[in-house]
Write a protein that binds this ligand. Sequence first.
Ligand code: C5P
Length: 250
Amino acid sequence: MILKNKTARDRLVLALDVNTMEEAQKLVTELRDYVGVFKVGLQLYTSVGPDIIKMIQDEGREIFFDGKFHDIPNTVAKASANLVKHGVSFFNVHITGGSKMISTCLKLSRETAKSCGLPKPTVLGVTLLTSFGQKTLTEELLINRNIDDYVSQLAKVAKDSGLDGIIASATDVPKIKKACGEDFIILCPAIRPTWSVVNDQIRVVTPKDAIKTGVDYLVVGRPITSAKDRVSAAKLVLDEMEEALEEVPV
Ligand code: C5P
């Protein structure tokens, strides 16, 4: 997945945080012209199964499978290969699964894609869930390191293990790009246009600032899915992204 010259639409990832195929279908049909990638997470997948993948493919759009795999290397590799066989070429794993888990997963998923004549998968790493703070890290996991250092170390493991990029907050992007290179992909949630409600997100960033700081993919959910006019909301997000892409061609 080469990011150069990708349009704003290619970079917009819509979170399908719904429970049923009907709701997902409605969002995909309505927004397919404005969204490049639809994010399927555990909530939707455990409800409707692999049919969701087919539905999005039939609509001609890419899937980001947000399954955050974390298990022994063999299990993660085989699950990833199964995803690839379903035609999913964009997914994630927990970096805390370790370099062996990551490299085994990459090897098998790439081989599987090649033997099926499918595109090389893009695999991202999850650093630390935002539900973890310094207190949980120190008191539950007994990790006596500053949370930022811990995340930086995980980014390094991701890069050294061959992952294509990570999921990160926009504020960490300059540091990560400096350490891991400009081509290291960053997908960023907690995107909030100035006109939208912040909801439960904490460190939010506007679509424009996200692009300007170097984020490659923007995950947007409720600012679009909960809007009264979803198409207009998506267009506004794209406008902001396009404006920033013109200022900072990436
Ligand atoms: O609705 P909203 O724009 O907040 O949706 C954000 C999406 O990004 C959700 O699917 C959520 O699970 C995901 N996410 C997040 N924060 C993270 C990682 C993922 O909000 N740190």
